[in-house]
Ligand binder design. Structure first.
Ligand SMILES: [Zn+2]
Ligand SMILES: [Zn+2]
Length: 388
């Protein structure tokens, strides 16, 4: 995880205007050219002056329909890491992504809501669109056929410099800001850059919680195999699963209509109470976290989760609650218990399975975009068949 909040300027490219005067009519088409050594990608939108985005423009596609008589095309350029800043029109939070949301609607990593590529422009992108619309109006009014080209930096500075000639262009909103963590989605292969660690992939909508949990489980297994404390491993493992479950419960609360009793049940959901939570997930959402987990493993997981409670809250001394909840007859009230590496290791595999079942059930309620996932899969298969 990189924890930078680096500023990332737009890549320097030129905005071009192709003006064609025919009698009373002036036709202007705008585009972009790029020659800097930094990476660059672009996409187009339709905007209505003075800079209101109204649709996506797809290069090279014949089915682009002008959504409004005064709509013009504006080419947006990526930042210097060839990524796109996005701002959710629903929750207003900000992120960066490798794909702006043209293959399928962009998914907000934080609230999970969908929006079209042109609906989630960052402040810097909005300011840029406004400046392009203004220059578009200028070249239209000049009524001179020809090709015009201006560096994006110059264009922004000219438009946003004040009339007194002393104020430099405010650079702050012409740059994007690198966010806390970057993750490459396992499903669609696209990179996301978000605040915090967990969220939806902006391109396909798959949450990254499972990938993050697997990384944590790998760490726990490594520590165990290097002689680390099984009790710490157990506590850590249950805590990671609990926080994954709580995040999913928050998303269910956000996206699924529920009666009040259910809302309060999931608001305070405690996923370390494995038996209770598994029953309620099944009753309320049809999510079966013990699917394809054999009876022996289910019993082991339930027991170990109860044991975690004893270690977390009673220093490993068996209490009445443990005996009642777990039904364990192999230990006595007041006995001090420890855990074996093998038992905790076994639990890591079971937690992996039940978390995967939880995520699968969740994505049946919050479906992912299949198209970017299929494209990625096809690309991988082609690479493999080439032996690459
Ligand atoms: Zn959002
Ligand atoms: Zn994805």
């Amino acid at each position: 995880m990189d924890e930078k909040h680096r500023s990332l300027p737009f890549t320097d490219f030129s905005v071009t205007f192709d003006v064609h005067v025919e009698g009373e009519q002036v036709f202007v088409s705008s585009g972009a050219t790029h020659s800097a050594p930094t990476p660059f990608s672009m996409f187009g939108i339709w905007a209505i002056p003075p800079g209101i985005p109204v649709g996506s423009y797809h290069f090279g596609r014949a089915d682009n329909v002008r959504p409004h008589p005064s709509a013009m095309t504006v080419v947006l350029g990526s930042d210097q890491l060839s990524m796109w800043a996005r701002r959710c029109p629903h929750c207003t939070w900000y992120w960066r992504t490798e794909a702006p949301g043209l293959v399928a609607a962009a998914v907000c990593p934080y609230c999970g809501k969908h929006s079209e590529a042109w609906e989630c422009l960052s402040e810097a992108q909005e300011a840029y669109v406004e400046a392009v619309c203004a220059v578009h109006a200028q070249v239209t009014n000049q009524r001179k056929s020809g090709k015009y080209s201006v560096y994006v930096k110059d264009l922004l500075e000219q438009y946003y410099s004040s009339d007194d000639g002393q104020t430099p262009a405010p650079p702050e909103f012409f740059v994007e800001t690198e966010q806390q963590s970057k993750f490459k989605c396992d499903e669609c292969g696209m990179t996301n850059n978000i605040l915090g660690r967990f969220g939806y992939c902006s391109t396909c909508g798959t949450r990254n919680d499972m990938a993050m949990l697997r990384a944590d489980i790998t760490g726990i297994r490594k520590r165990l195999s290097e002689g680390g404390s099984p009790i710490s491993g157990l506590k850590d493992l249950v805590s990671k699963f609990d926080s994954l479950g709580r995040r999913i419960a928050q998303q269910l609360l956000l996206h699924v209509r529920m009666v009040h009793v259910r809302r309060s049940r999931w608001k305070d959901a405690n996923f370390s109470q494995l038996a209770l939570v598994s029953e309620d997930l099944k009753r309320h959402f049809g999510i079966e976290i013990f699917r394809k987990v054999d009876g022996g493993d289910q019993a082991h997981a339930r027991l170990m989760f109860h044991r975690r409670h004893v270690h977390e809250h009673n220093d490993g001394i068996i209490d009445a609650k443990y005996l009642e909840d777990s039904g364990d007859t192999s230990v006595r009230l007041g006995e001090h218990v420890t855990e074996s590496m093998g038992d905790v290791m076994r639990l890591t595999g079971i937690v992996d399975k039940i978390a995967a079942n939880l995520m699968e059930g969740f994505h049946q309620i919050m479906p992912v975009h299949e198209l970017p996932i299929r494209i990625h899969k096809d690309q991988r298969e082609r690479m493999n068949s080439r032996g690459g």
